[in-house]
Design a protein around this ligand. Structure first.
Ligand code: ATP
Ligand code: MG
Ligand code: MG
Length: 350
């Protein structure tokens, strides 16, 4: 079988490597850590920094196709990799999605509707943006944010100083606070032939900016709102000539689907597909990047619920293991830290 290169060594890479192994592929992980958790289930690991063009080029020369599970790889070093091997999803997707401002502009250009937003480059720019958008609003760094990190809520103009401190003066975007009824995501997988499949959209609940639960099918969200999100995901994937899984996060509002953000990779809100769908997001991503036909995405149970195991509250394992409907996943991280994703559980119910 051929070798799939995965840039990034976290739990997403680990679950991708497990799906790849099932289909007879070997995986070669590229990551900066001493002992990336993805490497435990892969054939090989190359230790390298995400900005090390030479190491990325060597890695690219050793694999048959490359993908990534980590989004913050700069365009320059990444082109050293794409000079050696096909990269799926394309580098363009990564470039758009690693900057909230370019992502919102790109999606708005395709007819998507983000919350009102404005670029903030300095303290005076924050006042100007606040004057335009009004409070409440959320200030988010353009780059590197995840799990609600690099964000500050502004309930009133008086919070602006604290918010600017919280983002440490980094280039940011201010967005209007969305009064949503629910959150959901669209998980779409597009193949090399341009065919695309979507899974049932999960309804997602975030606590302190971190995904807590995903439930499929989504209840309490108008089907038209979900269809609107799915149509946008299809447009985004086609516009990027995308190959692999892409995730778009939305707010469901009385006004329809408001775009939050996207991730050019497999996504936490799709972990339920491992047991809850006929083909998981991980398997379809591997199929797509290897040029294989995509698998059926339909639900394998009437209701599927995924809950993240976060920080030191890593769940009551004996109870979970005794529950025949529960599927426990532990990522093998050595150290539990507050807010860190340690594993997840998926329940199937009929
Ligand atoms: P991740 O990439 O891990 O999903 P992130 O750090 O990029 O997280 P966001 O998705 O931007 O964070 O925000 C996290 C959560 O905060 C959202 O899922 C939502 O619950 C809330 N949130 C973010 N932006 C807004 C907004 N404009 N209005 C209302 N709630 C928001
Ligand atoms: Mg994000
Ligand atoms: Mg998010």
């Amino acid at each position: 079988g051929s070798t799939i290169g995965i840039v990034g060594g976290g739990q997403l890479g680990r679950m991708l490597a497990m799906a790849a192994a099932q289909l007879g592929y070997r995986c070669h992980i590229y990551a900066p850590e001493d002992a990336p958790i993805a490497a435990e289930v892969a054939a090989r690991v190359t230790r390298g920094a995400y900005d090390d063009a030479e190491a990325l080029a060597r890695f690219g020369a050793e694999v048959d196709v490359a993908t990534y599970e980590f989004e913050n790889i700069a365009a320059g070093p990444l082109s050293a990799l794409t000079g050696k091997v096909a990269l799926h999803p394309p580098a363009a997707a990564l470039e758009v999605a690693q900057d909230r401002l370019s992502e919102k502009n790109f999606v708005a250009g395709l007819g998507g509707r983000p919350a009102p937003f404005a670029a903030v480059d300095d303290r005076a720019g924050l006042d100007a943006a606040l004057a335009g958008i009004g409070a409440p609003a959320i200030l988010k760094t353009r780059r590197f944010g995840y799990d609600g990190k690099g964000q500050a809520r502004i309930m009133a103009a008086a919070d602006a100083d604290a918010a600017w401190d919280a983002v440490r003066g980094a280039p940011s975007v201010l967005e209007g606070f969305v009064r949503f009824d629910a959150e959901f995501s669209i998980l779409l997988c597009r193949g090399t032939d341009g065919q695309a499949v979507v899974w049932d959209a999960p309804r997602n609940v975030h606590t302190n900016g971190i995904l807590d639960t995903s439930e499929a099918p989504a209840t309490g969200i108008a089907p038209e709102t979900i269809a609107e999100g799915a149509a946008l995901a299809r447009k985004v994937a086609d516009a990027l000539d995308y190959v692999g899984v892409i995730a778009l996060e939305f707010f469901a509002t009385a006004d329809g689907a408001v775009f939050n953000e996207m991730a050019p990779r497999v996504h936490n809100s799709g972990h339920w597909t491992i047991e809850g769908a006929r083909t998981s997001q991980f398997e379809n991503h591997i199929r797509a990047i290897c040029g294989l036909p995509l698998g059926d995405t339909s639900l394998s149970a009437q209701r599927v619920t995924m809950r993240n195991l976060i920080g030191t509250d890593a769940g009551d394992w004996p109870t979970l293991l005794a529950d025949p409907r529960a599927h426990l996943h532990l990522y093998g991280k050595r150290q539990a830290r507050p807010g860190r994703k340690m594993g997840h559980v998926t329940w199937l119910a009929d």
